[in-house]
Design a protein around this ligand. Structure first.
Ligand code: G1P
Ligand code: ZN
Length: 547
């Protein structure tokens, strides 16, 4: 079988961000752009993780525009780079958590996941390529740095002459010296969920009148949700909304938050609200949780799931610990303290949870950006969070609002909001962060309105497992009483810079658990603007998105 070695030139701009390489589709369509990055992945995998020869590789993506084309290229390149078995989701589809599961289940040395997560798709939308390693999780920083270095000097890539097999044909196919195995993208994942949760209890609760809606947002989770929620758990047809995946996500942003999933939020706030509502994103790793009349913030959801996880069979023995990304609210910390288990604060991005999960230090992880997951895979997992909530609802027989209110009574309430300023001039955004860093030392003890700064720093993290250090992960300003403001720049944007401001106020007094979030956070919002010099440096008076 002829392997072609194709001469290519480096682009120099293929630096992976928080979750892989993300660019606009036309950028990705440049000659050999995807090929360069994929070859760099294989070369780095060979050098770092014992990659290539004789190993298994998983390939799949969220089905967005350009997905199938790159899947076919990746298959042909994997065959030319010595992978013995290439496991591919049918039609090139795999949700991110399902890909993580397949990598683990098949003992693969890694996987290539094609997705730009919650970013819009289509011919002018976003596209992305990410490499996951043998534990099923995103490649650690050492590996992504090596991939980037290789893209800067790449001179050739390898690809087999022959075309990739028909992606719809489930079963084994030969390609060069490799076996390409096309699998049902849903089956293994659905089976895994059945081992974690009490499906009988959830089924009984639904049969007994628990009503729900799941918005798949025209993205990858549609088939997963139809199979699990409607077929296996018996929810009526129509439970899954927007369940047919489309290449441009129906023209919308497949981002499960109050802005982009507004119709679902309206439904849950309205007179015909079901008991439970949820949504997931483009590649199925994020989640939004709602109850009748309530949106549960991701930070609260993490805390509530951790506090109630023992109600699901897989966590019956209790959890080993909790990890959250730094900007995620401290609500989970209070749960960890009460349970007497470890609590870890990591930089933004799921890859930082991998070592903690592998070492058994934590069972449950979460990010404020609608990501929650556990040690069952090494990615965040949208449907997993939905099913854990359903399991808890089924066992407790209480409503989402009651469970949240009960949680706040026990632990205090953490009011929380994230403000995003998008497509800000990159230099202005860098300048803002630099200015904050310059002033950090002088902030401690300073009074702003009713709040006094307890400490301010630029977050850095030393991985307790491998000792690696990540610096410059965002500015934290912590006030006495547990309130916080965090500033950081996004690592996933594709245009200009996105400034994220995270606001958090701790309220132990149950008499003040019914405030409107905007009111509860008003003072902090004002402080963030003046300390961050947001208006002054970016010209923005309002964030583009509040989540
Ligand atoms: C964002 C989220 C982060 C998440 C990442 C990938 O990254 O904030 O929590 O891990 O997307 O889904 P950011 O754009 O902030 O770098
Ligand atoms: Zn995602």
């Amino acid at each position: 079988m002829p392997i072609r070695t194709v001469a290519t030139k480096p682009y120099g701009d293929q630096k992976p961000g928080t979750s892989g390489l993300r660019k606009k589709v036309p950028h990705f369509q440049q000659e050999n752009y995807a090929q360069n990055f994929i070859q760099a992945i294989f070369d780095a995998a060979n050098a770092n993780a014992g990659g290539g020869d004789g190993r298994t590789l998983v390939i799949g993506g969220d089905g967005r525009f350009f997905n199938a084309e790159v899947v076919r290229i990746a298959i042909r390149m994997a065959a030319a780079n010595g992978y013995a078995r290439i496991v591919v989701g049918q039609n090139g589809i795999l949700s991110t958590p399902a890909a993580s599961n397949l990598i683990r289940k098949r003992g693969a040395s890694g996987g290539i996941i094609l997705s730009a997560s919650h970013n819009p798709g289509g011919p002018n939308g976003d596209f992305g390529i990410k490499y996951n390693v043998g534990n099923g999780g995103p490649a650690p920083e050492g590996v992504t740095a090596d991939i980037y270095t290789r893209t800067k000097t790449i001179a050739e890539y390898r690809i087999v002459e022959e075309e990739a097999p028909d992606l719809s044909a489930i079963g084994e196919h030969r390609l060069g010296d490799s076996t390409v195995e096309i699998v049902d993208p849903v089956a293994d994942y659905a089976t895994l969920m059945e081992t974690i949760f009490d499906f009988d209890k959830i089924r009984a609760a639904i049969a007994g009148g628990l009503t729900l809606r799941f918005d798949a947002m025209h993205a990858v989770t549609g088939p997963y949700a139809h199979e699990i929620l409607e077929k296996r758990l018996g929810a009526p047809a129509g439970t899954v909304l927007n369940g047919k995946p489309s290449e441009d996500f129906g023209g919308g942003h497949p981002d499960p938050n109050v802005v982009w999933a507004a119709p679902l939020v309206d439904l849950l706030m309205g007179p015909t609200a079901p008991d439970f509502g949820a949504a997931s994103d483009g590649d199925g790793d994020r989640n939004m949780i709602l109850g009748r009349g309530i949106v549960v913030t991701p930070s609260d959801s993490l805390a509530i799931l951790a506090a109630n996880a023992h109600l699901a069979p897989a966590y019956r023995q209790g959890i080993a610990g909790i990890a959250r990304s730094m900007p995620t609210s401290q609500a989970a910390d209070r749960v960890a303290k009460k349970l007497g288990v470890g609590m870890y604060e990591t930089p933004t991005g799921w890859k930082f949870f991998g070592n903690l999960l592998d070492a058994g230090k934590v069972t449950i992880c979460g990010e404020e950006s609608a990501g929650t997951g556990s040690d069952h895979v090494r990615e965040k997992d949208g449907l997993w969070a939905v099913l854990l909530w359903l399991n808890i609802l089924a066992v407790r027989g209480a409503s989402v609002a009651e469970i949240a209110a009960d949680h706040w009574r026990t632990y205090g309430r953490t009011y929380y909001q994230r403000h995003d300023f998008e497509e800000v001039d990159a230099a202005a955004a860098e300048g803002l962060m630099e200015s904050l860093r310059d002033r950090l030392a002088s902030m401690s003890g300073q009074r702003f309105g009713s709040l006094i700064v307890q400490e301010a720093d630029d977050f850095s993290y030393r991985d307790p497992v491998d000792g690696s250090v990540s610096t410059g992960q965002g500015v934290r300003i912590v006030f006495s009483g547990g309130s916080r403001i965090v500033f950081r720049l996004s690592g996933t944007g594709t245009v200009g810079a996105t400034l994220r401001v995270y606001l958090e106020r701790y309220e132990p007094d149950p008499a003040r658990h019914d405030l409107a979030v905007e009111d509860a956070l008003a003072e902090l919002i004002g402080i963030a603007d003046s300390v961050g010099e947001i208006r002054q440096r970016t010209g923005r008076t309002q964030p583009d998105v509040r989540t």
